[in-house]
Design a protein around this ligand. Structure first.
Ligand code: ARG
Length: 263
């Protein structure tokens, strides 16, 4: 009798433990909640940024168009959460968001914490400087010892290592880094080339330097919670469809025009 009781208690405890530990495919969560929650750091034109559309402030860009298509294929509405970039990365494992699309590289470290789609966009690194300094910097060595702005939690925390003796200024939002550059508190900002070009197009006091830095990965990818093969497959399917329809090229062209036409 006593042994039976112990077995029963153990079985109960085990099923409870398994119940708590087992995380379902995030695809099922999306379907249950009947919406797709996207996390972005909307400071990264042309990928995600704020723009006035019909007199209203909206988050727009290439990544947003991709997210809309994923939501459409899943048959649910899209909800956008604007946050700091390091929060976007952190919110995937915690389940605060369903997907992260934020010009994000699938680095080995991040791959330990989340699942990734196939790459959907390849971007080089870019260096924003004040226009009057553009000709001073042709190589990483020319930038030796400078104070350089990088976004907290981004791959540029590593990329900056390619510039000898650089002093990193870490901030949460790229807009604040750009402001620090304009007000001469720092000498350069590291982002990806298309982003650097968008900021250059909108502010005549800024320019993109001809400095080549090695990028952090083979391309941006969509981040999802670990062990979500169904969601990964669905996202990859949308990416394949958009590629074959030529839509990804169309989206980047449109987003670039919008980003460069002023904020
Ligand atoms: N590609 C870099 C990374 O993966 C920077 C991305 C920053 N994205 C943003 N929306 N601010 O870390």
């Amino acid at each position: 009798m006593k042994a039976l009781k112990i077995v029963t208690v153990c079985t109960l405890l085990m099923s409870l433990l398994i119940g708590c530990g087992a995380k379902s495919d995030r695809y099922d969560t999306v379907m249950e909640n009947k919406k797709l929650v996207l996390g972005v750091s909307a400071d990264y034109p042309p990928f995600e940024f704020h723009a006035t559309v019909n007199g209203k402030d909206e988050i727009v860009g290439f990544d947003i168009e991709l997210a809309k298509e994923i939501a459409k294929d899943l048959g649910v509405p899209l909800e956008i959460k604007d946050m700091k970039f390091d929060s976007v990365v952190a919110s995937v494992p915690t389940g605060k968001i369903d997907i992260a699309i934020s010009g994000m590289d699938p680095t080995p470290d991040r791959q330990k914490a989340m699942d990734f789609s196939k790459p959907y966009y390849v971007a080089e690194a870019g260096v924003i400087v004040r226009a009057e300094d553009k000709d001073k910097y042709k190589s990483p060595e020319d930038m030796k010892g400078l104070k350089i702005g990088v976004q907290k939690g981004s791959t540029f925390e590593d990329v900056i290592g390619q510039i000898p003796e650089a002093k990193a200024e870490l901030l949460n939002k790229v807009n604040d880094l750009v402001l620090a550059l304009e007000t001469k508190r720092i000498d350069a900002v590291l982002v990806e080339k298309p982003v650097a070009k968008s900021y250059e197009a909108n502010r005549k006091e800024l320019a993109v330097a001809d400095v080549v830095l090695k990028p952090a990965s083979d391309g941006y990818a969509v981040g999802m919670r670990k062990d979500s093969p169904k969601l990964v497959e669905a996202v990859n399917k949308t990416i394949d469809r958009l590629k074959s329809e030529g839509k990804l090229d169309e989206f980047i062209t449109q987003a670039t025009q919008l980003a460069e036409s002023g904020e």
